[in-house]
Write a protein that binds this ligand. Sequence first.
Ligand code: ADP
Ligand code: MG
Length: 278
Amino acid sequence: CHADQRDAAEVATMAAFEMAERVNGCASDYLPESELSQLAGARVGEPVTLTPLLFELLEHSQVLAEKTGGAFDPSLGPLTRLWRETRASARLPDVAVLRDARFAAGWRHFTLDPTTRSVTLHREKMSFDLGAVAKGYAADLMLESLASAGFRQSMIAAGGDIRLGDPPPEREGWRVAVQTFDLARSDEVLVLSNAAVSTSGDLHQSVEIDGVKYSHILDPATGLGLTRRIAATVIASEAKISDPLATVACVLGLEADKFLKKLPGVREVKIRVVEDLQ
Ligand code: ADP
Ligand code: MG
């Protein structure tokens, strides 16, 4: 965050981090007390009133699920939980357990009602995982918070999700180095402002089972981690778009760039497979 006065900028950045804490406290599926985790215990067919924040996140996620044909699915909770166990044990899930988790997952099995700001679950044992969208969403809110405090020349770096405001003083834009398969070097350096850039892939999180490498990104069609060595970078107007769509690009594969580029807010989509780099 570029500013003339350090004190005021520090107060504003603290407020931005509080914003991220709010999103985490509400949408984390790791915190058992989060609003999202509590939803997992909701009775089938009974509407649950949500905070405006979680309602907006689920509404945005539902639209994305629909637009991507379910390649992004916010209701993969039962499957991502199972996949965390798979990663820890390095053993593929039992067929019957996987089948039950697949039955309980699926974006068509919940409905949202904006008039009552509520969600209704239609399957037993449903749960949500907003891991592919909440970080980008938080980055957007953090940037907005800094801008409303007067600090428009700001950058939010949330791991693979970067949200950029106005360019730094006397610069054309922010320099963002993109890394996909190789931690030792970046594939390219982008110069951007008032945009978001997200990269998803298997650089940091994967598990090898019987010689096959599986990603932490799940193919909703199988319920298992992707086995393609793929990474994708999406540039969009906001991180709540670039974050989930970088994940979607990995699920859909190399040919998905043309389709994704047509979605609202998307500026550029770059999909790479490991062979490209050899
Ligand atoms: P990261 O969070 O590492 O930056 P992503 O943004 O690609 O990576 O999100 C991956 C996370 O999203 C997974 O850890 C999991 O929680 C969740 N997830 C995995 N596959 C999907 C999917 N097909 N749709 C929606 N969420 C997913
Ligand atoms: Mg993502």
